[in-house]
Ligand binder design. Sequence first.
Ligand code: GLN
Length: 479
Amino acid sequence: MRQYNSLRDIRTDIANGQVSCRQLVEQYLRNIKEKAELNAFLEVFEEEALAQADAVDKKLASGTAGKLAGMVIGIKDVLAYEGHSLQASSQILNGFKSLYTAPAVQRMLAEDAIIIGRQNCDEFAMGASNENSSFGNVLNADDHARVPGGSSGGSAVAVQADLCLASIGSDTGGSVRQPASFCGVIGLKPTYSRISRYGLIAYASSFDQIGTITRSVEDAALLLEVMAGADGMDSTASQREVPAYSQLLQADDKKYKIGYIRDCFEREGLDTEVKDAILGVKDMLRDAGHEVEAVDFPYLDFMVPTYYILTTAEASSNLGRYDGVKYGFRSENVTDLTSLYKKTRAEGFGQEVQRRIMLGTFVLSADYYDAYYTKAQKVRRLIKEKTDELLQQYDFLILPTAPTTAFKIGENTANPLAMYLADIFTVQASLAGVPAISIPVGRDANGLSIGLQLMTRSFEEPQLLAFSNYILDKITVEA
Ligand code: GLN
């Protein structure tokens, strides 16, 4: 069976009788088994996926199938799916099963998506390399000695290695975009609030957003269209109408105004091959008649500290609920309630999660609250205002998704600060709440993928997706 890059191709072949959903699922299941060493899936829903495939095949035959019929999807281990285990790759949720299904997942099922399994990630989505999972590393399929990025590492590798057509991840500070960049696939983080977060395990609630990892922009658009929209269970979910994103992908002849953030390109630590590739796209866009200008963004140095102060503060609060009483794992041999809390949390949470809870508790403590938390909130406001101001002048801001291509396993584990700096280019969109996408635009001398990141104004996903499609088409034509 051929490798499919979009649901459109699959549907064409289904219509021609060349493939069925059952055959598709069987093929993905074979791939998952053959490439088990990648460790992308924590659990595969083999029987269920096959049964769902048969049901969808019937619906297709009778002309009653939904929009996502034929789409085989993996979900990151942070999304609730009723009756299925849910652990955020952590031991503290050992044995926990979801009591309900996240609306984002429910809406995909209602459109006849097939869910093939639960994917490995960094514990509680905290990380940039998938090395913080309590279920072991995920390997980058292009080079097994390298990380896939994180925290949605399993989700990105699953799409990269053809273990499913698309994955649903979460992006708090880059967790969909950066692994997509490292794995040569497309990662979309929609506007904050575009998709309900109900049923998404919380890391930092004012940043968290569900996102997609796909091989085509069209599939990203389709999944967004299905998942987005108001939800009574998440009052922060936007009430705005959901456009038919997948119908709005045709690039018109419009010439856009594009800003590239000069400071990012002058940054020490930016790999020269990444830099050249992104500047190459910039030149290509200028040659195509778009107005491309360098812009200054004075807050680059504040981005990572602001992000880590605010997200750890929110995490320390969100993760307070894992106390050994309500969910999953409970330590044995405890003498009283305090020791139950302490032992459960010390044994159940991994090192990075503990580090962040402590950091977050510190920045929220009475003596330091104003110096850290309040100040970081103010800086976040400045970053948001400046980003919005630039996006009033420019239709898109372009920058690298990450300063490097996929790094080696173990390369950054001894130095958390070096690891945090991997997020330098992705956290801006998260701090500002604007939508951003990573698309693969080239490869370095080692054959590793390079991702270009585009940001646009809040809720302008239609132009973000259409323009991404346009760039990818242009790159293929010129290659
Ligand atoms: N690497 C970032 C972090 O560790 C992003 C994580 C995410 O988006 N969930 O916080």
